[in-house]
Design a protein. Sequence first.
Length: 271
Amino acid sequence: MTVDELLNIPQLSQTSENTWKVDGLVIPKTWGQGRTAFGGISAGMLYTAVKQQVTDNRVLRSFTTNFVGPLSLESPFSIEVTLLRTGKNVSQYTAHAIQEGKSCVFSQACFGVARTSGISVKNTEKHDMPLPSKAKFIPQIPKVTPKFLRYFDLAIEDGGIPFTRRKTSHYHGFMRFKQAPEAITDAHIITMIDAWPPTLLQMMKLPAPASTVSWNLEFIHPHKPVRPTDWFGYKAHTRQAADGYGHTEATIWDKDNEVIAISRQTVAIFD
C-alpha cells in the first residue's frame, strides 16, 4: 500500500458529543519496523483521523506522540479521537490507536488560528547542504534494514550508517518519498520525518533494538507550498544519552531553505 492509501482514513463515526472512532484499519508488512508498524505511518494515520474533525482554518501547531506498545502488522486496529477543548483561538485533540484492547500509540494535536500580532521574530536558521541528485543510504538488506525504508529516499550528507561504531551521533541530509504522493500534507511530513534512524544507532557495533518512546513535532507557520517531489533538509543532533535513553533534536527545511518543523525525540536503546 502507498502512503496515500494508508493516510486516506475512512470517515470516523461519532460515538459521543466529543469523540469519534474508526475500526478495521490495517498496516501491511511492507511498512514494518521490527515487530511493530513504522512509527511515522502510525503517527501520520492518527493525525489524519484528528484532522477530519478540524472544520475551520486552524493549522497544526504541535503534535506529540507516545509509542505505548507495539502496533502489530496485518492485524486490525481502531483509532479513537477525542476533542479535549476548542476555544476562540486553539483546539486540542487526542488520538488513540487501540489493537486487541491494548493501547499502542497515543497522540495529542494542537491547532491554532493565525491572528494579527505586533510581535514578529523571523526564523533565520539555514543549512548549507547542497541538494542531492539521488538517494545515498543503505539498500534493503533482509532482516537488517527496516522494511518501511523502501518508501523513502534518504541522502546522508554527514553522519554514519547504523551499526558501524561511529563516534558521531548526528545526521545531516535530505529526505523525500521514493514514489511521490499526490500532494504533501502535514500527515505526509509527519510520516516522512520519522524515516531517519535514531542518531545513536550509528554508534553501535552490532544490530540491536531501539525504539522511540515519545516524539514532539512543532510546525512553523506560515510556510510556502511544497511539491510532492521536493527534497526536505534534515539535521538531527543528540542532546544527551545515558542509561539506555537518548534525547535528540532535529530541524526540517523545505526546498526554499526555510524551517517548517522542529522535532524532539526520546529514544530507548538496548545495546
